[in-house]
Design a protein around this ligand. Sequence first.
Ligand code: GDP
Ligand code: GDP
Length: 434
Amino acid sequence: MLPTLVLVGRPNVGKSTLFNRLTGTRDALVHDMPGMTRDRHYGRGRIGGKPYLVVDTGGLEPVAKDGIMAEMARQTLQAIDEADAIIFMVDGRAGLTPQDKVIADRLRRAHCPVFLAVNKAEGMNRAVVTAEFHELALGEPLAISGAHGDGIGDLVAEALAPFPAEEAEPDEHGVPKIALVGRPNVGKSTLVNALVGEERVIAFDQPGTTRDSIYVEFERDGKPYILIDTAGVRRKGKVFETVEKFSVIKTLQAIEDANVVVLVLDARENVSDQDAHLAGFVLETGRALVVAVNKWDGLSPEQRDDIKRDIGRKLAFLDFARFNYISALKGKGLDALLKDVEAAHAAAFIKMSTPKLTRVLEAAVEQHAPPKNGLFRPKPRYAHQGGKNPPVIVLHGNALEGLRDDYKRYLESSFRKAFKLQGTPLRIQVKEDE
Ligand code: GDP
Ligand code: GDP
């Protein structure tokens, strides 16, 4: 699973600036989809060949009420508990503050390594700017500048030292590995129970470490599936019902670990930013996706039209995915949902031969040649498959850097049609002929 870096610090020390830098190095393969927005508080990145998740706790809490950070918001505490490494940021220009000490006290009890980053240190003497922060007793302070990028590579390298350099290859044992995600109260636990059956869920409801993901295996219609536990799965039978069960980090990790994501929406509410951000994150990971619009029972035709319109408008960038209108409570629509999961899984792991890909490419180019870009007209010559889950199609030819996004989308839809790819993102990469 991808390591998770968690940024902690009082307001204004530069967390969101660093967050942007840490997530700015994302895969160049993901061309921006119209309408897709990213959450500014969680994302993925890669530095020095190592992929990671990063969470800015500045976004996990509602505006802190009185006594800033005296009571760190619960979501922040939860993120601290679930982190693989914490980057504790302080402001080298403002110097050490009482709030920093309060946070440091809490972080000393963290179970994972804490890296003390003295930010805004550009143009300053490292020894001088870090000197007073030794007092926090959180190891050697590292001078960085989030705004200028100084020291970031070293900081991340140190934080990620225990983790491997490459993402695991998507596994292909043929059983869909499903992450069921959505914001609180959309009906995830109810859906899990409906799919798996209450008994199985309770059977897996054992105290485990927070870091281990738990797989729930189940069969339906004789077909096997694996469900990755997000906190919701284990809620039933938990003693502490009041414990916050929604975890951003667990959700992100489950998405990374899955090969098919079921995004659950609540038909009784409008699509929220949080829904759209989760969807955007799934797209970024390249996982296959099926959407379940839950609580479809008991709605009037007008209400149904309204929600469909709202979804169509706000989640237009998910046009590759199937939408299922279900009722977890009444057990309606679940077989169709799983059928789409199967189809999305099959599409995500499809094998496309070079000759067939090239034939589709040639036909598409013949029907509609790439427009000139500057002096040159891009000339795609052949295509081969460069990856799975998501399928990656690599185009070879001349002047391909000049292929515009809308033309790539045209090719994408040609490949989709030819290979009947549904439910999986598809990436188009270009490779210049030598
Ligand atoms: P957050 O509240 O912790 O997320 O902090 P922000 O990232 O919003 O930054 C707070 C302020 O500090 C902004 O005005 C940033 O431009 C500034 N800032 C952030 N990083 C740096 C840095 O490396 N050097 C300097 N000089 N200013 C910075
Ligand atoms: P979670 O927080 O996403 O795990 O959501 P829960 O499964 O705990 O469900 C939240 C609430 O929505 C509960 O009161 C459920 O009974 C209700 N609920 C879940 N699924 C449905 C459904 O299909 N129809 C209706 N009407 N209510 C549902």
